[in-house]
Design a protein around this ligand. Structure first.
Ligand code: CP
Length: 305
């Protein structure tokens, strides 16, 4: 039976650790400039209705280096943009491709696509979730810290798709997660209601509250794709959530600073933090490639790796 990756909970905890182990393997292979044949003779589509630098490039390269054929499908060049139904498109695409990676607005539409698709579907970002990002980020923390036990992660800023998936990722793996967001930009209510480890989640609107003992401090843009009309208003509301030297004056010496990128320097983070010694944002971006290879290999698990 096909496996989709539409949200973090589509994987079990032990599967995530298996994916992390394989990520280390793919990362070491790439240092030796070796490619594999995990996706040999398989064509994987990338249906994107929003811009992307990291997700698109890292997935295309990952598919190529696993021996597969990436097929980039900008949404506006397909008949979906002229009204062809999700159902018909999913059924047709299943006859040509072996898997599909989708970046779109609505999680509901993505789930509808997956329902009618006969091939694995991967969520490359919706308005609700960014699970691939967070799985790769949790790998980066695991790699840097050696373990995910007894860590405290603090997320500051907009309670957006990245934040929602981070909450679910921490819930799945049993990591303490603290969220500082303005009252009107809190994470999705259902995401909070559905987590199992309620004792591991703390939420505040005070940006200073969860800094002191944080092992990881994570932020993201204040204006996600689709929120542009609210830009001016958001910049005013989020101003005190900027990750800067002053906010982090009591942070641990060895905290890790993370940002999924693209960053809006001078808004959610200052240059001195994103370019500073605690920042791991470019290692984080690189690991998208290695970890996504592992996700692809896992979902096409009839292929040994
Ligand atoms: N972080 C992330 O998803 O980056 P892109 O929008 O460039 O893919």
């Amino acid at each position: 039976m096909k496996r989709d990756f539409l949200k973090i909970y589509d994987f079990k905890k032990q599967e995530v650790y298996k994916i992390f182990d394989t990520t280390k393997y793919f990362k070491s292979l790439r240092k030796e400039k070796k490619i594999t044949d995990n996706l040999k003779n398989l064509s994987i589509g990338l249906l994107f209705s929003k811009p992307s630098t990291r997700t698109r490039i890292s997935f295309e390269v990952a598919i190529y280096e696993l021996g597969g054929n990436p097929v980039y499908l900008p949404f506006q060049t397909t008949q979906i943009s002229r009204g062809e139904s999700i159902k018909d498109t999913a059924k047709v695409i299943s006859r040509y491709l072996d898997g599909i990676i989708i970046r779109t607005y609505s999680q509901g539409e993505l789930e509808e696509f997956a329902k009618y698709s006969e091939i694995p579907v991967i969520n490359a970002l919706t308005d609700l979730y960014h699970p691939v990002q967070i799985l790769c980020d949790l790998f980066t923390i695991y790699e840097k810290k050696g373990s995910l036990n007894n860590l405290k992660i603090t997320y500051i800023g907009d309670g957006n798709n990245v934040c929602n998936s981070l909450i679910e990722g921490c819930d799945l793996l049993g990591i303490e997660i603290r969220i500082s967001c303005p009252e009107e930009y809190m994470p999705d209510r259902k995401v909070i209601e559905n987590i199992k480890n309620k004792n591991l989640l703390k939420i505040s609107s005070n940006p200073e509250e969860f800094i002191e003992d944080a092992d990881v401090i994570y932020t993201d843009t204040w204006v996600s794709m689709g929120d542009e009309k609210e830009t001016e208003r958001r910049i005013k509301i989020f101003k005190k959530y900027q990750v800067n030297k002053d906010l982090l004056k009591n942070a641990k010496k060895d905290f890790l600073f993370m940002h999924c990128l693209p960053a809006h320097r001078g808004q959610e983070v200052t240059d001195e933090i994103i370019d500073g010694p605690n920042s791991i944002v470019f290692d984080q971006a690189e690991n998208r490639l290695h970890c996504q290879k592992s996700i692809l290999a896992f979902l096409f698990s009839s292929i040994s790796y």
